[in-house]
Design a binder for this molecule. Structure first.
Ligand SMILES: [Zn+2]
Length: 339
């Protein structure tokens, strides 16, 4: 049996999945191996190789059955997976600068390797989970985690862009000035922009902006007594349990996402909007409320677009590996047709 492996390479862990040529995933849960990225490419590529054998066993296949490998990583990297010469937070060892990851991994594994950045891989999985592969539909995925990632799938194809920066949704500016609850705040992003989506809608935004801003209005709130980085991680759990201030923090984030999605609706007229990431790893009640607040944050849509579906991305922690695998599967099918 020939299969495809999906490899999601992060700073600390490699996450694997296996998919067969009919698109069936053979590993349901998280399958991780330590990445050791900080030790540089030689050590890390060996780690990926070692972990792949473990993943093959988990998927019930032979290592030799793996025909093609799909890889995804955090950026910044080129559209083909050459890491930035300026380095990146997940690949700090100097030997990573300008390293061609897919080419290096292909040499190491002796197989073709396809590449997507992690946001685009997650978006491809979200898209496929709703529409299947090869549907020709258009979707926008926003993945709310430490930062805000995601991607744009147009007519079934990932928009990578000229230099691999297509789908950098977190750095799209949104009209934040009149977001209810955010009055007087200046949302600054690590990228230098003021008022982009990530600066209002991410765990980083809770820590840097929303929690300090709302604590001023809620003196005596118990999260005010904790270091802000620790307190920020508790906001979602408190919001789920009904804490008024924490719900307000998530309402602002949902409304920011609504403003952003409204722009995407007008640019792409997509078939679906998809939300993933830590923000939806919560109870059904909280998820439903969050989606309803996203919709409440969108300006009035024209009648034809008012019913645009907002979906939640399933299997969030394996989304990158699954999307990378589906990208490689498409490559494998195309290569088969070419022969
Ligand atoms: Zn930004």
């Amino acid at each position: 049996m020939r299969v495809i492996a999906g490899i999601d390479l992060g700073g600390t862990a490699v996450n694997y999945t296996i998919v067969d040529f009919d698109g069936r995933f053979l590993i349901e849960d998280l399958c991780e191996h330590p990445a050791r990225s900080v030790e540089g490419p030689d050590v890390c590529l060996q780690q990926i190789d070692d972990g792949l054998a473990i993943a093959a066993a988990r998927g019930g296949v032979e290592l030799a059955d793996i025909a093609v490998v799909g890889l995804d990583t955090p950026g910044p990297a080129s559209a083909t997976g050459v890491l930035s010469k300026k380095g990146s937070t997940n690949f700090v060892h100097p030997a990573w600068a300008g390293f061609d990851l897919p080419a290096g991994l292909s040499r190491k594994l002796g197989r073709p390797v396809t590449y997507l950045n992690d946001g685009n891989a997650g978006a491809l999985w979200g898209h496929a989970s709703i529409f299947g592969t090869g549907s020709g539909k258009t979707s926008i995925s926003a993945i709310v985690g430490t930062g805000l990632g995601g991607g744009v799938i147009v007519n079934g194809h990932v928009v990578k862009g000229r230099d691999g920066f297509g789908g950098e949704l977190g750095h799209v500016l949104i009209p934040y000035q009149d977001l209810p609850g955010l009055e007087g705040a200046t949302p600054a992003c690590n990228c230098g922009r003021i008022g982009d989506l990530e600066s209002v809608c991410s765990l980083t935004a809770i820590r840097n902006l929303l929690l300090p801003h709302f604590l001023l209005r809620h003196p005596g709130h118990e999260l005010g007594s904790l270091p802000v980085a620790d307190a920020a991680k508790k906001v979602r759990g408190r919001a789920e349990r009904g804490d008024v201030m924490c719900r307000e923090i998530f309402r602002v984030q949902a409304h920011a996402l609504g403003r952003f999605f409204d722009q995407m609706v007008n640019v792409f007229d997509p078939d679906a909007l998809i939300v993933g990431g830590g923000v939806i790893e919560a109870s059904a009640e909280f998820r439903d409320w969050f989606v309803s607040e996203i919709r409440a944050g969108m300006p009035t849509q024209r009648a034809e677009q008012a019913d645009i579906p907002i979906h939640l991305m399933p299997n969030g922690d394996t989304a990158g590996a699954r999307g990378a695998a589906l990208d490689a599967l498409r490559f494998a099918h195309a290569a088969t047709f070419a022969n």
